[in-house]
Design a binder for this molecule. Structure first.
Ligand SMILES: Cc1cc2nc3c(=O)[nH]c(=O)nc-3n(C[C@H](O)[C@H](O)[C@H](O)COP(=O)(O)OP(=O)(O)OC[C@H]3O[C@@H](n4cnc5c(N)ncnc54)[C@H](O)[C@@H]3O)c2cc1C
Length: 445
């Protein structure tokens, strides 16, 4: 396998909204930035959201311009479909980062994103971007606003029929493409590796992921998105328009049995947001949110909660003990009401949404010189004064890689990480090593 070597000022790992903002803030200051993403497109979770609280702006309308700005910035090099295998500090301001770029089986320099390969492919498999609710082909552009607009082939499901190869006008299909090894020499590294949700099947008492009309909140985001899998809100088992929708809060957070004792901070707000959007999309729908406490922590969030109550969304303070279904796949929740002497009730809905918890997007401690806290997120030794620092001087963290947070806080932290990284880079430029050793940066070690 051939190895390519590149040099950069700053390497940013993860191209969700945190990584995009960090890369832009650094590149706008004149630094050369390399942005590395695991998936075939940049954008992270935010590009898959419908609208965002508390303003209810279209998520894609905010994220797509940032993605395009990154792609067109002359100071940013974008590497997608890459696994970071190691980040090693070789000295002050010298990091060796090893990356493996997985084969797309589509030549990046030839693909023009016309999707003719995709249209001709006959294989259909669940589409991960749509929360597995829609389908995709075995060769496909990840989603309509993906950046880069380059197809990717899924070798697990490809039948090697050759139809895509015949359809491709530029000869981009390459069944024999190999992984590429890349060594990047960087002066600073920012981790923006984000979050993932706790697994849908983690709680057997909630159906263990086997009940078709019990979905998770990112799936609901896709159902609500204008270009979602069905184009409207339908329940997965039979395509029925739901008349009654329930939300189960803390379905993956504040639960020691799952190893997630902490609050994921955004679930109350995204459930309220989704409930409000559903009230707009389906004016006759009944919506119930089963919650333990409502944590509307940010600016304007309490008002958002009150607006939802005024819209007629029912908030029931209850613990959900069990979720089952009837013969028509209608989910049934067994609840213990917390405000009525623990009265136990069973209620049926057409569709149930689990507000799952946020857990780290990857294990950065496995490849980078950082510590993680008990919750698995990157540890910041000095979170009040320097929330972007890690234990290693020159390695910074941004966004949900450091812990659950909303987009507002993610953007603020990304700006902070970019500023800290820029200060570090400037201190190297002036070769003020004594200053680095004795100044505020030294406290990181
Ligand atoms: C259902 C739901 C709805 C939400 N709605 C809202 C809302 O309305 N308003 C709001 O403010 N917040 C909302 N949030 C929270 C919001 O999604 C996050 O605050 C934000 O997306 C965090 O961005 P991020 O860049 O930190 O993480 P991510 O979006 O997770 O991005 C991380 C990126 O890093 C990549 N990555 C991970 N590991 C590696 C690796 N080892 N190498 C290379 N790349 C890697 C990932 O592929 C991903 O692209 C919602 C969350 C959920 C679950």
């Amino acid at each position: 396998m051939s190895e390519k070597t590149m040099e950069t000022d700053a390497l940013v790992i993860g191209a969700g909204i945190a990584g995009l903002q960090t890369a832009l803030d650094l590149a706008d200051q004149g630094f050369q930035v390399t942005l590395v993403e695991r998936e075939a497109s940049i954008g992270g979770k935010m590009i898959a959201l419908s609208k965002v609280f508390p303003t209810l702006d279209c998520a894609s309308c905010i994220t797509t311009p940032k993605m395009a700005a990154v792609a067109h910035h002359e100071g940013i090099t974008l590497l997608t479909y890459c696994d970071v295998t190691s980040v090693t500090k070789k000295g002050e301001g010298r990091f060796a980062v090893r990356i493996t770029q997985r084969p797309r089986y589509v030549a990046e320099d030839k693909c023009i994103g016309c999707r003719l390969c995709e249209y001709t492919c006959r294989v259909m498999v669940p589409h991960e971007f749509e929360g597995n609710l829609g389908v995709r082909k075995a060769v496909y552009v990840p989603f309509s606003t993906a950046i880069p607009q380059i197809a990717v082939m899924d070798p697990q499901n490809c039948m090697l029929c050759g139809r895509c190869q015949k359809a491709c006008p530029t000869g981009a299909i390459d069944y024999f493409q190999q992984p590429k090894e890349i060594l990047i020499k960087a002066h600073t590294v920012v981790l923006a590796t984000g979050y993932q949700l706790t697994p849908l099947n983690a709680k057997p008492q909630y159906g263990g992921g086997q009940l078709p009309n019990v979905i998770h909140a990112l799936q609901m985001e896709r159902l609500l998105a204008p270009h979602g899998p069905y184009g409207r809100v339908l329940r997965p088992s039979d395509g029925k328009v739901p008349d009654s929708i329930g939300f189960v809060q803390c379905a993956g957070s504040r639960d020691k049995s799952l190893g997630v004792p902490y609050c994921s901070r955004v679930c109350c707000m995204y459930a309220i947001k989704q409930a409000m959007l559903l009230s707009g999309a389906l004016p006759l729908v009944d919506i119930t949110i089963y919650y333990m406490d409502i944590r509307a922590f940010g600016k304007g969030y309490e008002q958002f909660f009150q607006n939802a109550q005024a819209m007629g969304i029912e908030f029931v303070k209850a613990k959900v003990a069990r979720i089952t279904e009837d013969q028509d796949h209608n989910p049934i929740v067994r609840i213990e009401r917390m405000e009525e002497d623990g009265r136990v009730e069973e209620r049926m809905h057409d569709l149930l949404v689990l507000s799952l918890g946020m857990i780290p997007g990857c294990r950065p401690e496995a490849f980078a010189p950082v510590d993680v806290a008990e919750d698995g997120f990157v540890q910041c030794p000095n979170p009040k004064i320097h929330p972007a620092w890690t234990r290693e001087k020159g390695v910074f963290v941004a966004g949900t890689a450091a812990g659950p947070k909303d987009i507002v806080d993610t953007i603020v932290e990304a700006g902070s990480a970019a500023m800290e990284a820029a200060n570090y880079l400037n201190s190297l430029k002036t070769k003020d090593v004594a200053g680095i050793e004795e100044g505020s940066m030294a406290a990181q070690g």
